[in-house]
Design a binder for this molecule. Structure first.
Ligand SMILES: [Zn+2]
Length: 193
């Protein structure tokens, strides 16, 4: 079942989320619902606060992007990697590259706006998958960008916190509209007002 996406302005998007255990009530159903919500909204990632839950859980599917890309873009954005489809539980980023890169980002909680964000090119991350199996992996390029964006959500951070002051000022009116519920994306949203 697709869930409503929490819009910018809801306090839940600013909460530092809590770790969960494998016994978390309804976890598998929640994960399935998050996938459905993400695909219905044409997203590449979705974090639990975006469906109104303050837990350290997010899903990422960059495989769909990779599939639709030509060879040249794949080399630029994925280098040696392929797209990933993965559930991240209780994730902790444990390492970052010194190399950074800037790229436009958007967010399902902030419809109709984009902003340029600088992020480390690669990260090391520890997490549990949906079977609660511990994973330690390194991701780079586009994969690392999407994972960092979703990871930020579990820390109460939004990508707009990383954009430059001037871009943020340009976004101000649009952000106010979202917070007031004056946007109409194609997917269902939960507005603060
Ligand atoms: Zn987001």
């Amino acid at each position: 079942m697709a869930l409503a996406v929490t819009a910018y302005g809801n306090k839940v998007l600013r909460k530092v989320c809590d770790d969960i255990t494998a016994e978390y009530d309804g976890l598998q159903v929640l994960i399935d619902n998050m996938w459905e919500t993400m695909y219905e909204a044409s997203g590449v990632g979705l974090a639990a606060p975006q469906v109104n839950k303050t837990i350290r859980l997010f899903v990422v599917d960059t495989a769909q992007v990779y599939e639709g890309m030509n060879e040249e873009d794949r080399e630029d954005l994925f280098e040696e990697e392929e797209g990933v489809k993965e559930v991240f539980i209780n994730a902790q980023i444990t390492g970052e590259s010194e190399e950074f890169w800037a790229e436009q980002e958007g967010c399902l909680s902030l419809p109709d706006i984009n902003g340029e964000v600088e992020r480390p090119w690669s990260i090391e991350i520890e997490y549990y998958d949906r079977d609660f199996k511990k994973q330690v992996k390194t991701f780079s390029g586009y994969n690392a960008r999407v994972i960092q964006h979703e990871y930020d959500h579990t820390e109460g951070v939004l990508y707009i916190d990383h954009v430059s002051g001037i871009s943020k000022r340009l976004m101000k009116n649009k952000l106010a509209k979202i917070a007031e519920g004056k946007v109409a994306p194609k997917y269902r949203m939960r507005f603060a007002k």
